[in-house]
Design a protein around this ligand. Sequence first.
Ligand code: UDX
Length: 435
Amino acid sequence: MRIVMIGSGYVGLVSGACLADFGHHVTCVDKSVAKIDALEAGEVPIFEPGLDMIIEQNRKAGRLHFSKELARSVAEADVVFIAVGTPSRRGDGHADLTYVYAAAREIAAAVSGFTVVVTKSTVPVGTGDEIERIFREEFPEQEIAVVSNPEFLREGAAITDFKRPDRIVIGTEDARATQIMREVYRPLYLNEAPLYFCERRTSELIKYAANAFLAMKITFINEIADLCEQIGADVQKVAKGIGMDKRIGDKFLHAGPGYGGSCFPKDTLALVKTAQDFGSPVRLIETTVSINDNRKRAMGRKVIAACDGSVRAKKIAILGLTFKPNTDDMRDAPSITIVQALLDGGASVHVYDPEGMDAARGVLGPVTYGKNPYDIAAGADAIVLVTEWDEFRALDFNRLKELMQNPVLVDLRNIYPTDEVTRHGFRYFAVGKRN
Ligand code: UDX
């Protein structure tokens, strides 16, 4: 099977490398000359555990190639995946499909013989229909089937998610395309991952509905956490108690500073807009979006409250900047809002993140970047744990206490048992527990 991946960003690279690992012949294409040059020189432009190795092995085996030339690669392909970005359009929150349609036109002009064109990018319901219309009207001579195949990869666990997915959703009613998609995912089928076939529009909506539901689940437990703080209950125990009910499930019930990243904020907003356009608003998701926005700001206020109501001229140490651990992704990270609130309050903010500091430099205001947790804790009035990287899970509290001006820990991810921290003479503020 010859596969072309258009777009060598996060989704395209991971999917392309994993499909090559299954034994397919894959070419990853990108418009960015710098990106393709780097990949050809063996550099991987994103941080994703295990990805560099898979890329290297499959390049060596001759199954994975990189190219700037879309037309030549596509002409030989059986399947072309579109994995270009769909950012939020400035101003209205709709997904911006400029790159998707541009890619579709280029593909259509280049294919030869029956080719399956698959949207892997998260695209609003009806995008597949629109691509098909473009093909029919502008390239009627080409034999193309348009299929939706959303990805559900989590950053930081993308390789495992690709190779051991809960399900693979494929939206097509075309018999030939169905057969070819089965072929593409046959190695996974042998792993017993269910291939779920449905209509294209249904498949497009499944992706948005899945992400919106998860965002809502997180937001639900975050609101329960606020309530716990007021009534003196413990949100971790509430989450465990409800999560044991199989209908609810225990995943995505960790209270924290609000969700971020490249998917949830963008996809929830896009679903809200689509639903409004179709006159069928999704009010639960509208509310989820606004609660999550407010929550990030509320976390800034929480830190200020932990510093006795003011951070003016105080030194605050921030542990973790990325939206979650094991990624260098800063997109919509709660840390951005929290740091801004502290800077606005007059604090001197010192930050450390194992992988995210390069990306952070572009988005954070005037902060000082440190070398490790102890480096930034020196003289600090409070430490704020924002992202639960493994290296923050066993901090040396005796050492920290000696270094700090005031031993205060605000743990926005609840990674420590209260008594373990207070035993060392710290004041400890967690999420969803009475402090
Ligand atoms: C998500 C979806 O999980 C994935 O299926 C989709 O393809 C892309 O979006 P990702 O954004 O990489 O993946 O991260 P995920 O691990 O799902 O976390 C999303 C956000 O929710 C993070 O900010 C995380 O910190 C937060 N989160 C997650 C919580 O606050 N509590 C939880 O219990 C789980």
